[in-house]
Design a protein around this ligand. Structure first.
Ligand code: CP
Length: 312
């Protein structure tokens, strides 16, 4: 199968075969990062622009590392250092970047749909590095790669996602991706942090964290996204930690070989106890390592020389 997709915008638009192809390619890419010389010439002569309207540590750095390991030229622009602060629109900014002939634009934006808008207007491949509360496809892909690496498969696994589901693009992308690959998702959080009607996505919903963890193969903890909340959605961090935080006692209800995940950044002592974050079941740093591999795979698949169906 050839990968003929120009852009990576969300998990909903990727087929099961495309997801498998990205994950399989990422497994091969991961080996490159273990070599003494961590560089291959695959994307020599290609240019990757990273445009981040919101803060990022993991996503931006790992795209940069991924591009450099494939020998692409990469450069990074942030909102605060660009002419956006002088009033230039997203579309004008994109047109100006396009005029410099990049091959890939990686964008993070606070508005849902911003990457989709650019993808329709630009010849360059557009990769969504997180748009508002909508989607974070490369995070879901690295999460799925990490689970598959540890468990050997995704089908039939029970994934509990606990926290601020309503404001989480990571939760949405994992729900879509994980269910597409045959997994079962349980969403858990305070009623104020679970969107109404989300069961229609084929997930189970509970407000009881002990119940969510019961028999889970994988537990993914999410940060409370205060920056996206219009009002206080819980009474205190101490109460939140007691009701929804992951601690060793609560985790003991999960399956014996449970995996504990977090996309980062973590608020230790709120949604996750330090001894769980750093404990034997935690694969949080494996997620970060696999983030480089997944992003190498994506850059290779969209810019590696295959002609795209929609630009042929
Ligand atoms: N998981 C994630 O998106 O982290 P950053 O915000 O640091 O990129």
């Amino acid at each position: 199968m050839e990968f003929r997709r120009k852009d990576i915008l969300d998990m909903a638009s990727l087929s099961g075969d495309e997801i498998r192809m990205i994950l399989d390619t990422a497994v091969g890419m991961k080996e490159i990062s273990t070599r003494p010389i961590k560089k291959v010439p695959t994307l020599r002569g290609k240019t990757v622009v990273m445009f981040f309207y919101e803060p990022s540590t993991r996503t931006r750095t790992s795209f940069d590392v991924a591009a450099k390991r494939l020998s692409a030229d990469s450069l990074s622009i942030s909102k605060s250092t660009s002419s956006i602060v002088k009033g230039e629109t997203l579309l004008d900014t994109a047109k100006n970047l396009e005029a410099m002939k990049p091959d890939v634009l990686v964008i993070r934006h606070s508005s849902a749909g911003a990457p989709h808008l650019l993808a329709r207007r630009m010849k360059a491949s557009v990769i969504n590095a997180g748009d508002g509360m909508h989607a974070h496809p490369t995070q879901a892909l690295l999460d799925m790669m990490t689970i598959r690496e540890k468990k050997g498969h995704l089908e039939g696994l029970r994934l509990a996602i606990i926290g601020d589901i309503a404001h989480s693009r990571v939760a949405r992308s994992n729900v879509v991706g994980f269910t597409k690959m045959g997994g079962h998702v349980v969403l858990c959080g305070p009623p104020t942090m679970i969107p109404a009607g989300i069961e229609s996505l084929g997930v189970e919903v509970t407000h009881d964290a002990d119940r969510a963890v019961e028999g889970a193969d994988v537990v993914m903890m999410l940060r409370i996204q205060k920056e996206r909340q219009q009002s206080h959605l819980f009474s205190s961090e101490r109460e939140y930690a007691r009701e929804y935080g992951m601690n060793a006692e609560r985790l003991s209800r999960a399956s014996a070989d449970v995996l504990i995940m977090h996309p980062g950044p973590m608020n230790r002592g709120v949604e996750i106890a330090p001894d769980v974050a750093d404990g034997p079941f935690s694969i949080i740093l494996d997620q970060v390592t696999n983030g480089v591999a997944v992003r190498m795979a994506i850059l290779y698949l969209v810019a590696g020389g295959v002609r795209h169906a929609d630009t042929d």
